[in-house]
Design a protein around this ligand. Structure first.
Ligand SMILES: [Mg+2]
Length: 250
């Protein structure tokens, strides 16, 4: 593990990805790609998402091209695809558990005066299925349904930091996927990769992670060693309203 070297003030906020970071990585993205390829076949024969292309962005591009050729078809394709994605997400959520260390980790950071948030590309219903009391355990929860643009767009992470009243330079983004690291890098936070999900060490470091660790259970120790935890605790960061109601359902 490469230790953080940038001299910084103690963290005010840690923002976590969800699946593969705070919860088991159950959702089968290979299955989702195959199902979506079959679903779009009548609209776009031969179209299939490449493994490295996130499905939401792939669908957006496909729908835009379709809409240009056949007005009205783009939104119809998106609606059908998103309905199937949600079914797969909610079904997987029913088999997903938080990692054993998650609740203690979140409570420990709050006790040190560090705000916490979850940002996920998963849907709100799936997150609530796995973590029904998330609103009480962290200061902000921002799912795909809560923002207009999901990570790696930095707006997603930025909305979480705004809810926690934390500047990017005093925040850490933690996730198992290079997109989590990319979101943090684009916004200017510290970034940490964990090896409990989709991304391997090499991919996370290549994305620019400041450090990589086996799982989030080791995070408080690493942050303490790096001098990034507030000394002697601090004022607890209370949950604040995080969601722009106008953005819901975007
Ligand atoms: Mg993840």
């Amino acid at each position: 593990m490469a230790a953080p070297v940038r001299p910084r003030a103690p963290l005010r906020a840690v923002v976590f990805d969800f699946d593969g970071t705070l919860a088991e990585p159950v959702l089968d993205f290979g299955l989702m790609r195959r199902e979506l390829a079959a679903l779009v076949r009548p609209f776009a024969p031969g179209a299939s998402p490449a493994p490295q292309v996130p499905v939401l962005e792939w669908l957006q591009g496909l729908a835009a091209g379709l809409q240009a050729r056949e007005p009205g078809a783009g939104p119809a394709l998106l609606a059908a695809a998103h309905a199937r994605i949600r079914e797969l997400e909610v079904e997987a959520a029913g088999r997903t558990r938080l990692f054993p260390f998650t609740r203690e980790l979140l409570a420990g950071l709050a006790a040190r005066g560090v705000g916490t948030a979850v940002v996920t590309r998963n849907c709100a219903r799936a997150l609530a299925t796995v973590f029904p009391d998330a609103d009480h355990a962290v200061g902000a929860v921002l799912t795909r349904d809560d923002v207009a643009r999901v990570k790696p767009d930095p707006q997603h992470l930025g909305a979480a930091l705004a809810a926690l009243d934390a500047a990017p330079g005093a925040a850490l983004m933690v996730g198992d996927h290079p997109m989590d690291v990319e979101a943090g890098r684009r916004l200017g936070t510290w970034t940490a990769g964990v090896l409990t999900g989709a991304g391997g060490r090499a991919a996370l470091l290549a994305a620019g992670a400041d450090f990589v660790l086996g799982d989030c259970a080791g995070l408080p120790g690493v942050l303490a060693l790096a001098g990034l935890l507030p000394r002697g605790g601090g004022r607890p960061c209370a949950p604040r309203p995080a969601v722009d109601s106008a953005a819901r359902g975007a």
